[in-house]
Design a protein. Structure first.
Length: 173
């Protein structure tokens, strides 16, 4: 099977529920704060509304809090199985410039160390370029050796560390 980035879609409902449960209480980079609380069941109607919100979040005209920017939500999948989340933020706020970056991603624990994050980040670069972003800023926690390897493998050039986050710039063209 091939790792792909796809737009959020209701066909991934069951797989989404399994993936979110697998993360437990861990922070989900790239999953956005638009996700419902993990303590609530995600029925079909709730999931459909979530998919609509994630898709709308990419549009400049979508109303959002002053500290949020348009962001393209993509899901990391292999066949019909949701493996993780990736988000491309269209602009940098002061917070994103310090530690969030343009691209955030998370791969569910059972799918880690199999190249999915690397494939997803590489696939996201031309999408970011199409959004007019070049280069992209990608950040990871200082102690996240796996994410550091993913970012460096995609051509990330280390700039500095701020507030416990390593900051890398990656060309998208």
């Amino acid at each position: 099977m091939v790792t792909e980035l796809v737009r959020p879609d209701v066909r991934f409902h069951a797989s989404f529920v399994r993936a979110v449960a697998e993360f437990g209480d861990a922070h989900l980079d790239g999953a956005s704060d638009l996700l419902p609380p993990r303590s609530e069941p995600i029925d079909a109607a709730t999931f459909s509304a979530l998919v609509d919100r994630l898709r709308a979040d990419a549009l400049e005209a979508t109303p959002r809090a002053a500290d949020r920017v348009p962001a393209t939500a993509l899901w990391i999948v292999e066949g019909d199985e949701l493996l993780g989340f990736l988000q491309i933020r269209h602009r940098l706020t002061p917070f994103l410039l310090e530690q969030g970056g343009h691209i955030g991603y998370s791969v569910r624990p059972s799918a880690r160390r199999r190249g999915h994050a690397s494939a997803a980040l590489r696939a996201a670069l031309p999408i970011a370029h199409g959004l007019g972003i070049d280069p992209v800023l990608v950040c990871c926690l200082e102690d996240n050796a796996g994410s550091r390897a993913v970012i460096e493998g995609a051509g990330g050039r280390y700039e500095d560390s701020r507030q416990g986050h390593r900051r890398y710039w990656i060309p998208t063209a």
